[in-house]
Design a protein. Sequence first.
Length: 281
Amino acid sequence: MSRIASAFTRARAEKRAAFVAYLCAGDPDAATSLAACRTLLKGGVDILELGLPFTDPLADGLTNQLAAQRALEAGVTPAIVLALVQKLRAEFPAVPIVFYVYYNMIYAPGVDDFCRRAAASGVDGLLALDCPPEEAAELLAASRKHKLENIFIVAPTTPPKRISLIAAAASGFIYYVSLEGVTGERPDLPASIPAAVQAIRRHTKLPVVVGFGVSKAAHVRQIGKVADGVVVGSALVNTIAANLSTRNNIPAVLGAKLAELRTGLAPATRGPAPEIDDRPL
C-alpha cells in the first residue's frame, strides 16, 4: 500500500478526516522552511503538501503568492526544495509528501527527469495545477514509471462528465476546491460541499479531500463530517507571514496554529466512505 493510501486508511480507522497541510517550500528561507515542515509533521499532519515557488502562481491568492515571492527572493530553487524533501523523508519515512506545482516547472527540466528526481527525493505525488487530464499523457506516463501519484482538481463548476474524466486519470486522491477563485482564508465555507463530495464519489473510489478557504477548526470539523480529508494552506502560511521579524519563533507559533486547527478533527458521525483505491501506478 502506498504512503498516501496508508494515510487515509489510518485516518479512517481513527474515525476522522485526514489533515493535509500546505506550505510553500522555502518560505521565508530554506532553513526556516525546513523547521516549519518538521513542526507540522511532528504535530500530526497526515499529508504534507509542498508548493514549489513559482513566479506566476495563477491559482493562488495573495497569501500564497507572497510566500512564493519570499522563497524566490531567498534564492530557493527546485534543487533546494528536493534537498529539503530528502531531509524530511529521512526523518519522517511514513508521511506522504505531495508537490503542489505549476506545469512549467515540470516541463522545463523535462517531464521524465522532473518525476525521476522528485521520486528519488521522497515525493509521493504531484498536483500539477495547470495540467488538465486531456494534456497530461506525458506526465501520467512518467509518474507511473517513477511511482508517483497524480492528484487532480475538481471545481464547483466541473460538470459530471468531466468529473468522470478527471477521476479516470487521477490516483492518490481527488482534490475538491470548495469555492470558485483562488486560494485564501474565508470566514465561511459554501453549504454545497456535502453534495459536491457525494457527486464526486459517484465517479471514483479514491479519497476526496476539500480545500481552499479553510481557516479555522470549525471549518475542519465541517469538512471532516463529509470528506476523507481537509486541506489547510493559507491559514498556516499567514502564521509564517505574521512572524517574519522573529523567524526563530515561527515553528512554535505554527505548531500552536496547527494544534488549534486539529481540534476540528475530533471523531464525528460520518456517512459511508468509499473503498480506498490503491491500484498499482
